[in-house]
Design a protein. Structure first.
Ligand code: PMP
Length: 284
């Protein structure tokens, strides 16, 4: 595996950072995960735009131009021996001594790290039969729209799913369904798709935005707004979306069957729109 750190490409096991890196000490940084199919990054411009927004939100100067980011990702992709990849990009506020919560006073250089792993999509049976999810209280802060590397609450939430034998944990805040520990959530009730509108309590997923675009372009009824816990529990269909899982049907929630317990008709329509879209852009 060839990775990237601060201007250099090298084998992953040869790369090291300082223990004084603010990413390590404070979780002071942001990241992206970009899926790559047949060496072609999917929705790269959208991911880079979100990275720019995350950096601005934490007042970290973007170390590279969009063209430089693009080149970095494409160079990294070209160096791997496998074609389907998941590219992880992380920027932290860099190395500063002594340890102090406040931003370092002098010029600090952000630490830029990028890694391309083989893309491991869920197995075919997950798309065909669906997966289980559990729910939990959303313990995160109030700026979940920033793709921050400080993910402790997400880590704890995801572990609850693992311990329950489920694929994802859905977070509830003040009676509302927010998102998964590492995904966005859509529900379907009587043929209408519902999802929370973007805001400071959830991440605007690149896959979420694409699913909304596809629903609109194919004329599927879609409502963006508050989704209550009751709507989630009474849904005919529940889906999760993310760059590393695409769109997965959730057929069990907290041990109870969702709808008919199988991927529903609106899911089947959406996953085929998604696969067609992906095939079309990859052919360009
Ligand atoms: N919400 C959270 C908290 C996430 O970690 C992710 C995955 N990175 C998503 C939503 C889905 O975003 P995307 O579709 O851009 O992968």
């Amino acid at each position: 595996l060839i990775a990237y750190l601060n201007g250099q490409f090298a084998p992953l096991n040869e790369l090291n950072i300082s223990v004084m890196d603010r990413g390590f000490l404070f979780g002071d940084g942001v990241y992206e995960m970009i899926p790559v199919y047949s060496r072609r990054p999917f929705r790269l411009d959208e991911h880079l735009a979100r990275l720019t927004n995350s950096l601005a939100a934490i007042q970290l100067c973007n170390p590279y131009t969009q063209a430089q980011w693009r080149a970095l990702v494409l160079d990294l992709v070209a160096k791997q021996s496998f074609a389907d990849q998941s590219v992880y990009v992380q920027v932290t506020r860099g190395v500063a001594y002594p340890r102090n919560h406040a931003f370092p006073a002098g010029e600090t250089v952000p630490t830029v790290f990028a890694l391309a792993d083989p893309l491991e999509l869920p197995p075919a049976r997950a798309y065909e039969l669906g997966v289980a999810a559990v729910t939990t209280r959303d313990l995160r802060w109030q700026r979940c729209d920033i793709k921050a590397i400080s993910l402790l609450a997400n880590v704890l939430a995801k572990q609850q799913a693992v311990e329950a034998g489920a694929a994802e944990t859905i977070m509830l805040r003040d009676g509302l369904m927010i998102e998964g520990a590492a995904s966005n959530i859509f529900i379907v009730q009587q043929g209408v798709i519902y999802a929370p509108q973007t805001g400071e309590h959830m991440l605007a997923g690149i896959t979420y935005e694409l699913v909304i675009e596809l629903a609109q372009s194919h004329g599927l009824p879609l409502v963006l707004g508050e989704v209550s816990e009751a709507m989630l529990r009474n849904a005919d269909e529940v889906w999760l979306t993310s760059s590393s899982k695409e769109i997965l049907p959730i057929v069990q929630l907290d041990g109870r069957v969702v709808g008919k317990g199988v991927p529903g008709p609106i899911y089947q329509a959406m996953i085929s729109f998604y696969q067609n879209y992906k095939a079309t852009v990859m052919r360009r």
